[in-house]
Structures are given as structure tokens and as C-alpha cells.
Design a protein around this ligand. Sequence first.
Ligand code: PMP
Length: 401
Amino acid sequence: DSVFSHVVRAPEDPILGVTVAYNKDPSQVKLNLGVGAYRTEEGKPLVLNVVRKAEQQLVNDRSRVKEYLPIVGLAEFNKLSAKLILGADSPAIRENRVTTVQCLSGTGSLRVGAEFLARHYHQRTIYIPQPTWGNHPKVFTLAGLSVKSYRYYDPATRGLNFQGLLEDLGSAPAGAIVLLHACAHNPTGVDPTLQQWERIRQLMRSKGLLPFFDSAYQGFASGSLDSDAQSVRMFVADGGECFIAQSYAKNLGLYGERVGALSIVCKTADVAGRVESQVKLVIRPMYSNPPIHGASIVAAILRDRGLFNEWTFELKAMADRIISMRQKLFDALRARGTPGDWSHIIKQIGMFTFTGLNPQQVAFMTKDYHIYMTSDGRISMAGLSSKTVPHLADAIHAAVT
Ligand code: PMP
């Protein structure tokens, strides 16, 4: 008998499990709108041209070796990543108040930041939006933080519950950590306006709440890297402290390369140096040091003006294709006379539409139409194409009538 015979089978991950179910379905018309990964009009994964070019450069450079990176990763990658999110002219960078460490994509950056906070910050409570990316509560709980939520989404308006958000953050204990989606909130596609961000900033700073930004979609929401970083830059411009987890999974299509960065903006260069020394103690026993390939691709693109410009074009094209899918789906439902107000499909931004479909309707669409999505009714607009929109619209129409 196995010494592991008591081990019970765990359920599939609620998001990644959607793909597992999709892969098992033999249907010709099946459609995977579960996972947040970009697809072309032909429904294929996309490797950006600029990434291919950077990889070619790396391959051609015979001086490159496979030595270990330092614990904090590739120095040039870290510097350029901070500049990308904070802006080229950021005073915090100039004053050496930012420490940036290369981590395993967005998830790894969140985890390392959270582990540091659990060890060294006086407040162990983190507030996350309701709803949020399903992995957030698990990452933060396992890092040793205690997770609470703040109101974010209003199902009635399919928009932001701004009043609820202000009330909940207003009654959070002084010093509490607050997880904020920098842009393109996942799963709702609902972001605060700049005026609302400013109110949130004032409230948080007045109560000494610590912002922890999750930036998984910079450039992917609006098509502009700078516009999508405005929320973060607002908080950094006031001179206060701030955590930022960056992912290159979506905006450079580097999903499986696991490239990301954790930046910690401190009050002084001296504090930043000491913080970094402790972050290294978090990383060393966890995975020792990060992988070299993906970070080298990113550094090659960020350092070169020509490649950087090419990237911004390719990024804009991805964002625009997603935005056009919103319009197409909205028009298709209109054309079918589908009951209900579907304007949130064109109002929400980023990779996802939070359709408002309930778990029964989702189950129906999967069973009868072979369309796969998370049970909360979230669909990845990046997985749609002109060819598949009619099928999705038919399924939604049938589900709600
Ligand atoms: N945060 C949010 C809000 C996300 O949507 C994702 C990806 N689905 C991540 C973080 C992390 O992704 P990754 O670890 O692949 O960078």
C-alpha cells in the first residue's frame, strides 16, 4: 500500500481547469474563452515579431553564456522595467529610491513582495478587490498575509462600486496593504477613472494604507504603455511608498518564459538598499535566482529604440484587435435582439468582459455550444475572432432567452 494512499484528489484550478476541459472536447466548433492568452484572428497563439528578432540577436551572440544570474536577476532588465512602469523621468528612480528584482512573472513578483511584507511590515492584512483574479487570495494567504476584501464591482451597473470602495478602504485599519490592479481589472474589465484614482490615492495616503499594484496588462488595455501606467505613477509622484508587481506575459506575449519584476518604491535610497538585501533572503531559499532567457529578451527590446518602437506598434495592434472584438460582439447581440443591456461589453477594458452570465448559463453554453469560460461569466476577448463572434452571440442569445 502506498504511503500516499490517504491523498485526496484536488479539484482543477478554476481558471486553468477550463482549458483542461476544453482540450478533452472533440467538437469542431469548440471555443476556449477561459484562459487570458492572446490569439490571432486565426485563433493561434502569437509570438511578437520583435520577440523573434530579440531572440535571434541572443542566439547570434556567441559571447552569451548560461551562468547563474544574481539572486535579484538581470540588472539591466530590472532598471529598464522600473523605467517602463514609473516613466523615464521618474524622480524616484533618479533618487535611487526604487529597488527592482526580477521575479517569475507577475505571480512570482506578487509572492516575493508578499513574503517580504509578511516578514518585515507591521500590518499583515491585505485588502483585495471583490472580485479579483482567483490566484490573489491564495498567493497572499500562503505568503503569510491575512486577506480581506473591499467592494469593487457593482453587478447592478456592471461598473465600479466607487462608494463601497471608499467606505471599505476608509474603514480599513491604518497601515493595511491594498492590492490595486494598475489597469484592466481582472475579471471585471472595470477601472476607476483618473479622478477616482486621485480620490483613492488621497484616502489611502491619509490613512497610511500601503499600495501594492498588480500590473499584468500595461499597454494591453488602452494600447499605450504610458496611459496604462498612470494609476501607478500618480501614487509614486506623491513621494510615498509603493509595491509594484509587473508581468511581461501579456504585453510581450512571453507567458511561458515567466518574466516579471517586483519594484519597491521607498522613501530614501538607504531604506531601498536595506529592503533589497532582505528581499534577497526571501528569494534565495525559494528558487535561488531567476531564469535568464526571458529577461534577456525583454532587456534587448527595452534598451533598443528601434525594437522598443516596434513593440509599441505590435502591442497597439493586439489592444486594437481586442477592442474591435468588443464592438463586434456587441453588434452581434444587437442584431439578434438579445434581451438586456450589453453596453458593458464595449465599456469594459482590457482582456476580459465580465458578461453578467450566471453559472447555469455558462454551463449551458459549454454543454450545448462547446464554449468554455470561467463560471463567473468572464470571457477572454483576446480569444475571440471575427469568425467565432457569431457562434458566441448565438450561444449568449440562447442562454438568456
Ligand atoms: N495578476 C493578474 C490580475 C493577472 O490577470 C495575471 C495573469 N492572469 C497575473 C497577475 C499573473 O500572471 P503571470 O504570472 O503569468 O505573469
